[in-house]
Design a binder for this molecule. Structure first.
Ligand SMILES: Nc1ncnc2c1ncn2[C@@H]1O[C@H](COP(=O)(O)OP(=O)(O)OP(=O)(O)O)[C@@H](O)[C@H]1O
Ligand SMILES: [Mg+2]
Length: 453
């Protein structure tokens, strides 16, 4: 819309005097406006409502409601208040022009009319009115644009927030995956380590076994031979009590009497030695039992003993502590159906932890106590491994079964021992692994295993 609209502007002329009305209406009609007329205030107000003129020329002095009141009413109604009103007065009318302007009128024209002046004033008011309308519309547009922008900004903010949330979610997902991968990798390394240890132990056991049975076998022959030789010798001594100077002094030199007396002891201690070696090799094989596919019924005590055998070197006295005392209180345990190699691994982890805990302390009487018993209805084996080491603080205790949790120096602990042990006991055997401990009170791990799987 331009200030001078191409459409005809609508003017409403209100005057009670038909002569005046006719004159000005004709003139403005000829000047190119669309002209409406009214003869009094009431009908003017009604016409304004439906015709929405662009300008009102309003006579002040009228019967009924006068121009001021008409103007007041128009200005009080939101739908008509913006239409400019020009008052018309006769020179003879003594009206208060200021009152009219205060009521919202924009101008005055005086009767009788100067046609040029009327036209000029009407035109300039219309121009003003149109400009105002354009401005209002532009304001409205601007307001809408601002609103649109604010809305866009808000939705942008929302989008950014959503994006940030998504990024955060992805990041934590990635973190978790990474942790899981690390865990899986550590498990593999640990498993690899344990199976390498198992293989090594099994290999050593096997290698020892051959020469030992070889020695043990020959030892009993040697025993027989020596017995025969000694018999033979004493027969000589009986037959030839005086064998002569050379033989007598040689017998003295080699302490023949003591030698004959001690030889059987020597043989029997050799036998004890080979027996021990044989036992060790059995224990080692026991520890590394290759039984990953089927459960077998085993003597749990044998498993614990073979584990202790492997850890034996760690129990010895050290520069800063006496030897660790092992107290075994074995109850009557029935054979337990299990993956024996894995269960031995559990004993290994828990006893190794106990030794580590003891090594953290300086004191006089380091002890590990292992107690076993069967539950009242004989279906559950209970193994308790107790140490008098430093004990565990509650906040640490809450996490000891977490994979990769360790309080040990970098490179010393992987933090997998207990989590793997729990997995073996709980998931693979349907048992339970729990821990009772407090700082300075030592620690006890309790393993329960169903006797039949
Ligand atoms: N007997 C115990 N006394 C005190 N603390 C213990 C004992 N057993 C376990 N812990 C605590 O539990 C943590 C986790 O033990 P876990 O066996 O899982 O890992 P680790 O011993 O640190 O490492 P790894 O067994 O792989 O060498 C240990 O770091 C230690 O803090
Ligand atoms: Mg450990």
């Amino acid at each position: 819309m331009s200030a001078e609209s191409s459409e005809k502007s609508i003017l409403l002329i209100v005057d009670d005097n038909p002569v005046n009305l006719g004159a000005i209406a004709d003139f403005l009609d000829e000047a190119g406006f669309e002209v409406l007329v009214a003869r009094d205030g009431e009908s003017a107000i009604q016409k304004v409502k439906y015709a929405q003129p662009d300008l009102i020329l309003l006579d002040v002095m009228m019967p009924g409601i006068d121009g001021f009141e008409t103007c007041y009413k128009l200005k009080s109604d939101p739908s008509t208040k913006d239409i400019p009103v020009i008052f018309m007065t006769s020179l003879s009318d003594r009206v208060d022009k200021v009152k009219g302007l205060n009521l919202g009128a924009v101008d005055y024209i005086t009767k009788p009319f100067q046609q040029d002046e009327v036209l000029a004033r009407v035109k300039s008011q219309l121009k003003l009115y149109n400009l105002t309308k354009i401005m209002q519309q532009q304001n409205l547009l601007l307001k809408r644009e601002v609103e649109d922008r604010v809305a866009a900004e808000i939705s942008l903010q929302k989008l950014t927030q959503e994006l940030e949330k998504r990024v955060e979610e992805r990041t934590s997902e990635l973190k978790q995956t990474m942790q899981e991968l690390q865990q899986a990798q550590s498990y593999l390394v640990h498993k690899e380590k344990m199976s390498a240890l198992g293989q090594l132990v099994a290999g050593v056991a096997h290698e020892i076994n051959n020469p030992v049975s070889f020695i043990a076998g020959n030892l009993s022959h040697a025993e027989g031979y020596i017995k025969s030789l000694i018999e033979h010798l004493s027969l000589y001594q009986q037959k030839f009590p005086e064998p002569g100077e050379e033989i007598e002094s040689h017998a003295e030199k080699i302490e023949l009497g003591y030698l004959i007396e001690d030889l059987p002891n020597l043989i029997s201690s050799l036998k004890t030695g080979t027996d021990r070696i044989h036992q060790i090799s059995v224990s080692l094989r026991n520890f590394s039992r290759a039984d990953t596919t089927v459960k077998v019924s085993v003597n749990i005590h044998e498993g614990i003993d073979s584990t202790l055998l492997i850890l034996k070197h760690r129990l010895k006295a050290k520069a800063n502590r006496p030897p660790i005392q092992m107290i075994k209180e074995y109850g009557e345990l029935p054979p337990v159906e299990c993956y024996a190699g894995q269960i031995n691994q559990v004993f290994m982890n828990i006893i190794a932890n106990a030794i580590d805990a003891i090594e953290e302390m300086e004191y006089g009487n380091p002890t590990i106590r292992i107690r076993t018993e069967v539950s009242q209805n004989k279906d559950i084996a209970v193994i308790r491994i107790q140490d008098n080491g430093m004990g565990i603080a509650p906040e640490v205790k809450a996490r000891i079964f977490e994979p990769l949790f360790t309080t040990k120096a970098v490179g010393k602990g992987t933090g997998l021992g207990l989590s793997i042990s729990r997995q073996i006991v709980v998931e693979k055997h349907g048992g339970d692994l729990s821990c009772i401990s407090a700082p300075g009170q030592g620690t006890e791990f309790v393993i329960t295993l169903p006797v039949k799987s």
